[in-house]
Design a protein around this ligand. Structure first.
Ligand code: ATP
Ligand code: MG
Length: 426
């Protein structure tokens, strides 16, 4: 994959890609197509429609829409001044831009809407397995419905999606309450964390004031004993939040979607309310989350739209791709059906012409424009994985007859060139 890296044998100056930003090479792209085409297929079954928003937005959108207190905005965002005029940012996530577009185009006047997106996101994190600086997300956002069966339906959509791909992922579910029940809880949580901060890591200590819920999400081993015993919001939900949560669970039960209640699962932002969920996979190692979602009933309002409840998730394509690789679900690349081998100059030109005709008929074919020894051309046919080879020379062109060679069985059968397309189709 890294031929020639550091070898210094060529004259030019080699410039490598940016750290934490990956190439997806042709051999892997089929898997990406599968992730994305199955997403389009499944999401459409649930009435989600695709939206495409820019990779660059005003930095202020994320400060408001993701939150200044989050690591994403605080530490990880790529921000730049556009020729000294405006402060712009590479999007670190897809929800803020989707909500901006939803508001900007007045989509809310049409009532409830379900949208999805896919594309690159950028965060200046420390690159490691499953964590990159450019990565790709597929996300769904549903606007305008606060009722819990929507939550259950969206979670089921994601479960369906994984099932279609042959992926096993575990669903973790929680409720993070709302403006009714959370403030009193947060006060207690803060007091508890302050009292125990001696046993917490530096990041946790840092977050107690800024974003105490997020502390619960810390993965550092030495913090676990304190976090295990922290007060639980799930036990203190107000009545409406409790009922909502019960109905989300009832919906999931009815849909046959299994879940595990995870009282420490959070979305650490103010406008996140009630339902929080995550899908994890053992195939991933320490970066085990493949998708995360939650209800954000105040986000549209926060970004200047009318009060509009919403719920959404984002799924990491690099992580899903890693799982697919493990479960051996690499979709096969398309191979050419026919490889034209030229015996002479007349045959080479006929190969060029026939290949074009077959391609117009939707049949993939190849030839070696270098011509050269037939043996080398046959080798090339095998390397590209062609199913058949046809040798063309002056004789074949004159008679309109050639031989169709099956490259697996080595069997040769006569074929009229005028019937070639029909013979190899399907
Ligand atoms: P994590 O806890 O893994 O850092 P997160 O809470 O930052 O995740 P979200 O912002 O909710 O993640 O993004 C949703 C999904 O996007 C994650 O579950 C993960 O699959 C993927 N993701 C997030 N950050 C990265 C990254 N830097 N590189 C690759 N994938 C990522
Ligand atoms: Mg993160």
């Amino acid at each position: 994959m890294h031929h020639g890296r550091g070898s210094g044998i060529y004259a030019g100056v080699k410039i490598n890609g940016v750290k934490g930003m990956n190439d997806v090479l042709p051999a892997d792209v089929a898997r990406w197509h599968e992730m994305e085409s199955v997403a389009r297929e499944v999401f459409a079954l649930y009435g989600y429609r695709e939206v495409r928003t820019p990779a660059v937005e005003h930095a202020a959108l994320f400060a408001r829409g993701v939150g200044e207190a989050t690591d994403i905005v605080n530490k990880e965002m790529y921000v730049f001044e556009d020729k000294g005029e405006e402060l712009l940012a590479l999007r670190p996530e897809g929800t803020a831009g989707t909500v901006r577009a939803f508001i900007e185009h007045g989509a809310f006047v049409e009532g409830p809407q379900k949208w999805f997106y896919m594309g690159p996101m950028f965060r200046r994190e420390r690159p490691q397995k499953g964590r990159y600086r450019q990565f790709h997300q597929i996300g769904c956002e549903a606007f305008g419905v606060a009722e819990p069966y929507l939550d259950a339906e969206q979670i089921a959509l994601l479960a369906d999606y994984f099932a279609r791909l042959g992926v096993t992922a575990e669903l973790k579910l929680n409720s993070v309450g709302d403006a009714q029940c959370r403030p009193a809880y947060l006060a207690d949580l803060k007091a508890y964390l302050v009292a125990n901060q001696g046993a917490l890591c530096a990041d946790c200590k840092d977050r107690i004031e800024r974003n105490p819920l997020r502390v619960l999400d810390c993965k550092v081993e030495s913090c676990q004993p304190v976090l295990e015993k922290a007060p639980r919001l799930l036990e203190r939900l107000c009545e409406p939040c409790r009922t909502h949560f019960d109905q989300v669970k009832a919906g999931l039960d009815a849909l046959g979607v299994a879940y595990r209640i995870e009282p420490r699962l959070v979305r650490g932002l103010d406008y996140y309310v009630r339902t929080a969920y995550e899908f994890t996979s053992d195939a991933l190692g320490s970066q085990s989350a493949v998708a995360g979602g939650g209800r954000y009933d105040r986000l549209v309002e926060t970004l200047g739209g009318p009060p509009t409840p919403g719920i959404g998730f984002a799924l990491g394509e690099e992580r899903l791709s890693m799982i697919l690789e493990k479960v051996g679900r690499a979709a096969p690349e398309r191979r050419p059906a026919v490889f034209f081998v030229s015996a002479d100059a007349t045959g080479a030109l006929e190969g060029l012409r026939l290949a074009a005709a077959l391609r117009r008929a939707g049949i993939a074919c190849e030839l070696d424009p270098r011509g050269g020894k037939m043996k080398a051309q046959f080798k090339q046919a095998e390397r590209v994985g062609a199913r058949w080879a046809v040798v063309l020379g002056g004789n074949e062109v004159a008679t309109g007859q050639a031989k169709l060679k099956d490259l697996q069985t080595r069997e040769e059968t006569p074929v009229a060139l005028s019937e070639l397309a029909a013979r190899v189709a399907g």
